[in-house]
Design a protein around this ligand. Structure first.
Ligand code: MN
Length: 266
């Protein structure tokens, strides 16, 4: 098994087939309310991913995750049913010999051990460095780089605190669902104003990450502004979010192979 505590060296890990590419996705914001986006994810896992050595999900796979005990919810609960359907789907990757790595986003930071086990996934800390195809690449969700949004960084520090998480998880499931619902509504509002520079990564945070990680390639999501940016210290790839239930469907993934990184549509 690969040690995901520090970094992932694909060459050292002795991947069975080193020629096979790595796929990166983020910000699917899955829930039972967006069936077309869910169908696209199912197709991605069942068909597209068959070409991959591993799939990396860099945060916000789910619109909200209020605790792994949702997986024990009654069959009559649509949300529990949905959570189980998604973990079962993801587990088919490991059954086909395809690796699955999951990083927390700002929506689904409560994805825990039980989820990882049921999905056949290995958790990735944020940020995380991989070495593959002779390249060192740093992966991040991206919210930690939006340092101009001071209020959010304060919430982020609180939300990632283990003690705060334990208190939240001790609340009854229904209470947590209510809190999650309210946070989602609030965050929808701020997503509308997401064009403001405040909600993008800062030059300083990106620069510090490149230097600290000793890499010149960064892949992240969160900002929903897919692009390839040439920064001073290296190249910054931003993953697209997925939204196939909207009027202008969007989505996509990044593929890394011996020719480098490429952005591909779904
Ligand atoms: Mn996010």
């Amino acid at each position: 098994m690969i040690d995901t505590k520090t970094s992932f060296d694909r060459e050292a890990a002795g991947a069975a087939n080193k020629a096979r590419p790595l796929f990166f996705i983020a910000d699917l914001h899955l829930s039972e309310a967006i069936p077309k986006t869910v169908a696209a994810f199912e197709h991605f896992i069942e068909v597209t991913a068959n070409d991959a050595d591993s799939v990396f999900i860099l945060g916000d796979l789910f619109e909200f995750w209020i605790g792994d005990d949702i997986l024990d919810g009654p069959a009559t609960d649509a949300r529990a049913d949905f959570a189980r359907r998604m973990t079962r789907l993801m587990h088919t990757l490991s059954e086909r010999g395809i690796g699955l790595y999951v990083m927390h986003g700002n929506r689904d930071f409560l994805l825990g051990k039980r989820f990882m086990k049921d999905a056949g996934a290995l958790p990735l800390p944020d940020p995380f460095v991989i070495t593959a195809f002779g390249k060192r690449i740093v992966l991040a969700h991206g919210d930690g780089l939006c340092t101009a949004d001071r209020a959010y960084q304060g919430f982020r520090a609180f939300a990632r605190n283990r003690f705060a998480q334990r208190l939240f998880l001790a609340l009854p499931l229904d209470t947590r669902l209510g809190i999650g619902q309210r946070m989602r509504t609030k965050s929808e509002g701020s997503r509308m104003t997401g064009i403001k520079a405040k909600y993008d990564v800062t030059r300083k945070a990106v620069s510090e990450l490149f230097i600290k990680s000793r890499t010149n390639t960064l892949i992240h999501g969160h900002t929903h502004r897919p692009a390839m940016h040439r920064e001073v210290e290296g190249v910054r790839w931003v993953l697209p979010d997925w939204e196939l239930d909207a009027n202008t469907p969007r989505g996509g993934y990044l593929r890394l192979d011996d020719e480098g990184v490429r952005a591909l549509p779904l």
